[in-house]
Write a protein that binds this ligand. Sequence first.
Ligand SMILES: Cc1cc2nc3c(=O)[nH]c(=O)nc-3n(C[C@H](O)[C@H](O)[C@H](O)COP(=O)(O)OP(=O)(O)OC[C@H]3O[C@@H](n4cnc5c(N)ncnc54)[C@H](O)[C@@H]3O)c2cc1C
Ligand code: FES
Length: 260
Amino acid sequence: MKELNLKIESLKKIKNDIYLLQLNSPYLAKRVKPGQFIHIKVDDETTILRRPLSLHKVKNNIISILFRVRGRGTKLLSQAKPGDTLNVIGPLGNGFEVLHPSSEVINILVAGGMGVAPLVFLAERLAKAKNNKTKNLVLLGAKNKKEILAEQEFKKLGFAIQIATDDGSYGFKGNVVGLLGKILSAKDYRLWTDIYACGPKEMFYEIKKVTDKYPHIHTQVSFEQFMGCGLGICCGCVIETKNGYKKVCKDGPVFDLKDI
Ligand SMILES: Cc1cc2nc3c(=O)[nH]c(=O)nc-3n(C[C@H](O)[C@H](O)[C@H](O)COP(=O)(O)OP(=O)(O)OC[C@H]3O[C@@H](n4cnc5c(N)ncnc54)[C@H](O)[C@@H]3O)c2cc1C
Ligand code: FES
């Protein structure tokens, strides 16, 4: 992990309040793993705390970040210009473990809204590790059709895709965990099933209810938590787990769902 000054290669508005930021960093590109994040200083004067954002994609020396404008920090970030320099600390956090990379396994990625951001990077890794016994499936959840993100990226990576929208404007009507429950009950999931999820934390408790009856399903979840230092010092990001209090920035952000 290092403090780095990185040049912005590009910053594009993808839709509504969603932006794709590309930074040039051979150092990070070589080291990052899916589920890890970087801590970005967006402004020296008015926004003291850095903002945590996940790695969305990595290609050659370029790392991409997909982010939603939520408040002051991400608004400022959306106004940066290509050629500007951003001060970044990373890579941070543990990242997802790909548990059964070459065996007979069904990988299900579950994305709630912006939770899709780190899952595209994970999908790239899973697509590389895929053999003819592996099935890769992604469930994308959003409020409505317009809010669905990264569908084309998953398609290019050969993932089967199922969509859930709260208003039923695209795919399954309901939330993405409702869709997951339907899939698990309708199919024969005797194979190892690895679930990788990212989204609001309420979603994880729902996933737990849905998957509890399937002992062969293993689930990892990536938490979005308010952060201070991002380095394990301030205790600003602590959550309670079965193994005691854990720091999302250092022990996570990815946790085994059975420990939550
Ligand atoms: C490990 C990690 C990875 C993340 N990756 C991404 C990503 O790839 N793309 C992305 O768009 N966002 C991601 N987030 C969330 C992102 O960090 C926050 O949206 C951002 O910090 C908000 O900063 P702000 O100054 O714009 O908003 P603020 O003004 O600080 O807050 C505005 C509102 O946003 C919400 N909020 C702020 N920070 C968080 C947070 N950390 N978690 C949940 N809600 C928050 C609160 O409801 C708050 O009222 C990630 C968070 C974590 C912890
Ligand atoms: S943000 Fe400071 S310990 Fe995690």
